[in-house]
Design a protein around this ligand. Structure first.
Ligand SMILES: *[C@@H]1O[C@H](CO)[C@@H](O)[C@H](O)[C@H]1NC(C)=O
Length: 111
């Protein structure tokens, strides 16, 4: 076997053997954020391109009906649709990242 063939084999095997690591991350509200700030984050996202129908009554993310959950939904949607850059999850230092999918039932936090 030539060294080129060997290299090809090694590359092929490593491609198959190494599991694909998915580094999906979601933006959410920082625990402890004041209600005023959570509401401000919701207002900001909803007036800057986020589809906020899911957090309205009857929407898929209306329950749990808390400012924290609603703000997290909006903040993540904003982050995902604004280049997934750290700045898009800052919200005056009230945004943070999670690597656990916050989706719950029919409420999907997309990536
Ligand atoms: C998921 O949704 C249900 C129904 O609204 C709620 O009772 C529960 O607390 C939610 N779970 C989390 C982890 O938010």
């Amino acid at each position: 076997m030539s060294s080129l063939q060997l290299l090809t084999l090694v590359l092929l095997v490593s491609t198959v053997a190494i599991p694909v690591v998915t580094c999906r991350q979601w933006c959410m509200a920082m625990p402890g954020t004041s209600d005023e700030q959570l509401q401000a984050n919701i207002d900001f996202g909803c007036s800057n391109g986020v589809d906020c129908t899911p957090i309205q009554p009857g929407g898929t993310c209306y329950h749990p009906n808390t400012l924290f959950d609603h703000a997290s939904y909006v903040m993540n949607a904003y982050y995902q649709s604004h280049g997934r850059i750290e700045d898009a999850c800052r919200f005056g230092r009230t945004g943070c990242f999670t690597f656990a999918d916050p989706s719950n039932g029919s409420c999907i936090y997309y990536t």
